[in-house]
Design a protein around this ligand. Structure first.
Ligand SMILES: NC(=O)c1ccc[n+]([C@@H]2O[C@H](COP(=O)([O-])OP(=O)(O)OC[C@H]3O[C@@H](n4cnc5c(N)ncnc54)[C@H](OP(=O)(O)O)[C@@H]3O)[C@@H](O)[C@H]2O)c1
Ligand SMILES: N[C@@H](CCO)C(=O)O
Ligand code: NA
Length: 429
């Protein structure tokens, strides 16, 4: 007997998923055991790129998650509600769930996974992070014997596309954003991408898996790329860096009692493996003991790539259903109950890049140095190359410093008569 799917959503990912499931030649034979039983959409009038038997497509999504014939619900509709309620209802009805919805999982994961464990069903989410790149299952299974030290990723394709074009063409942020929207990479409302919120959802999920506990999304520090200028990209290049929007989760303290989980534009050394990840591609670097460094690279979005991840989750569930494996496989289920402690960003220890516009007076660099010294900020390099209007442009890169101390030094520097403004402050990897 076939395994019956109820798919919620027939947009980019839903369509890619149906196309893959309808074209099984040369793929895993278990795919042939799957029947697309119902597909839920908002509007029946919209033209579709796939053909499905009459009666399969419906606007009654509640009926799908309550249908006793259906074994697996595939939630690829996105958004918070009604997605959350539909997933919870499906779980309550004993159905396994596959979802690509990082926004819902990063916010409601605790509620959803608790309900799933109680009901003895699995919630699979490979497509939620890194699109087609296998990274969720590798963290849950292949790498799970490692002690994870850090996860550093480029997990948003839209912002990586924008930063790559700014870097290669010297273009301005707003011009490239308009192009990204025209090409369909960025959302019509690109806020979640540009302001780092999409990446924050994704690193919260990865941190939870890597460090074995729940993450409160509110505590994830998040800064997007609106402030990154072509001037900074050009200075970064002169200093041997590229600017990337990184999502980072690492132990913050040596006793491992606190984590640092954050998203921000970052100067990445040109020799670092993440520096060469360009365009809409994603990559996730995982560091652990004893494995060392592993990097996952590939297409982080798009219909086919994301469908690959969705269907791999479906296949895992089909295999579980077919072999009557007990519904408590600890390599598939979520086993987190406690929240991880996340350190405030002021406690982060990192290098900084800062660009100052100053009056062209003697000893401005000396004054900057004195002020930094007062707060224990030691400088790795100081560059004064350019002028903007009548103002001298000074760029500094610090050694490792506690963020709180660095901010205090900057607050005092801002009051100096010789300082006009501090247009950019960026962290350095
Ligand atoms: N696009 C990607 O490359 C990608 C990659 C990784 C993860 N994801 C995630 O995958 C999910 C889906 O993304 P997508 O790009 O495929 O979205 P999309 O193209 O906007 O498609 C959404 C689909 O869900 C349906 N839908 C939405 N709200 C509904 C509602 N309230 N009632 C009934 N149907 C509803 C829509 O119906 P209509 O067709 O009738 O409008 C549409 O078919 C999101 O969680 C997204 O974050 C996407
Ligand atoms: N908007 C997301 C889609 C994939 O999650 C991105 O640009 O990466
Ligand atoms: Na993935």
């Amino acid at each position: 007997m076939g395994v019956k799917l109820g798919i919620l959503g027939l947009g980019t990912v839903g369509t890619g998923t149906v196309q893959l499931l309808q074209d099984t030649a040369g793929r895993h034979p278990l795919l042939k055991e799957i029947e697309i039983y119902r597909v839920g959409v908002r509007s029946l009038d919209q033209p579709r790129q796939v053909e499905l038997p009459t009666g399969v497509i419906t606007t009654d999504l509640e009926a799908i998650v309550n249908n006793p014939e259906i074994d697996i619900i595939v939630e690829v509709m996105g958004g918070l509600e009604p997605a959350r309620t539909l997933i919870l209802t499906a779980i309550k009805n004993g159905k396994h769930v596959v979802t690509a919805n990082k926004a819902a999982i990063s916010r409601f994961g605790a509620e959803i996974f608790t309900a799933a464990n109680q009901a003895g069903v699995y919630v699979m989410l490979e497509a939620a992070v890194g699109g087609g790149i296998p990274v969720i299952q590798p963290l849950k299974q292949s790498l799970s014997v490692n002690r994870i030290h850090g996860i550093t990723g480029i997990v948003n394709g839209t912002t990586n596309y924008i930063l790559t074009r700014m870097q290669t063409e010297g273009s301005d942020f707003n011009d490239v954003l308009a192009d990204a929207q025209r090409l369909g990479y960025a959302e019509a409302d690109p806020t979640a991408d540009i302001d780092g919120l999409d990446a924050a959802d994704k690193i919260a999920i990865l941190a939870s898996l890597g460090f074995d506990g729940r993450i409160n999304l509110q505590e994830v520090y998040c800064e997007g790329i609106r402030q990154v200028s072509k001037t900074d990209i050009s200075y970064a290049a002169k200093l041997g860096f590229v600017i990337k929007l990184l999502a980072i989760a690492k132990h913050q303290t040596s006793d491992h009692s606190q984590l640092s989980v954050r998203v921000h534009p970052t100067l990445v050394p040109q020799t670092h493996p993440l520096a060469s990840i360009n365009g809409v591609y994603n990559a996730i670097l995982v560091e652990g003991e004893p494995i060392g460094q592993v990097m996952f690279f590939g297409p982080g979005a798009g219909a086919g790539a994301t469908a690959s991840a969705v269907c791999s989750d479906i296949l895992n569930l089909v295999a579980t259903l077919k072999t009557n494996t007990p519904k408590s496989n600890p390599l598939l289920a979520c086993r987190h109950e406690n929240y991880l402690q996340i350190a405030p960003i002021s406690e982060l220890v990192t290098r900084f890049y800062a660009r100052f516009l100053t009056k062209d007076q003697p000893s401005v660099i000396g004054k900057l140095g004195t002020c930094f010294g007062k707060y224990g900020v030691s400088l790795e390099s100081v560059v004064q190359t350019g002028f903007q209007a009548q103002l001298a442009e000074i760029v500094v890169v610090t050694h490792d410093v506690r963020e709180g101390d660095f901010r205090q030094a900057l607050a005092e520097i801002e009051t100096l008569e010789a300082i006009d403004s501090i247009p950019s402050i960026l962290r350095v990897l």
